[in-house]
Design a protein around this ligand. Structure first.
Ligand SMILES: [Zn+2]
Length: 164
């Protein structure tokens, strides 16, 4: 495994990623490297274009526990709740920047696992937010496009304090 460089290049990040059709060792190496890269910066999610690979691959871990890692290949959001959550969101490609983004409270995602098997996963709260955020990356959509407003670091720290 290897830590890959996380890109901050907005022109690249706005490209649309292509579907994965071959589930081989190359894909597994990408997934393993993405995991190591995300863990190295304590991220909640990472999409392949963020490490320079325009393929529909994302990983998510909303707890930080190794067994809670979710790998999604070719993910599609099938259902989203009418109920919304309006909360702070950030992105590993925008270190130190945060904004308020409205997302569905619950979503259902269909995807493939690293072996190509079809899987369906439900997410609520932060997990639902991460599914939406990372899937957006595959379509070149960034959270700064969706944020109702950006918040300054002071307000971000205050919000974190209030959550504890
Ligand atoms: Zn992101």
């Amino acid at each position: 495994m290897a830590i890959r460089e996380i890109l901050h290049d907005e022109i690249f990040l706005r490209k649309t990623s292509r579907e994965v059709s071959i589930f081989d060792k190359r894909l597994h190496t990408l997934l393993d490297d993405m995991r190591e890269t995300m863990d190295s910066v304590n991220g909640v999610g990472l999409a392949a274009p963020q490490v320079g690979v325009l393929r529909r691959v994302v990983i998510i871990n909303d707890t930080g526990e190794p067994e809670d890692l979710i790998e999604l290949i070719n993910p599609v959001i099938m259902e989203a709740s009418d109920e919304k959550q309006d909360d702070v969101e950030g992105c590993l490609s925008y270190p130190g920047e945060y904004g308020m983004v409205e997302r569905p409270m619950r979503v259902k995602v269909q995807a493939q696992n690293r072996n190509g098997d079809l899987i369906t996963i439900d997410g609520e709260g932060l997990k639902a937010r991460a599914f939406c955020h990372e899937t957006d990356h595959l379509n070149g959509v960034l959270f700064v496009d969706l944020a109702s407003r950006m918040i300054d670091p002071e307000e971000f720290e205050e919000r974190k304090e209030n959550r504890k």
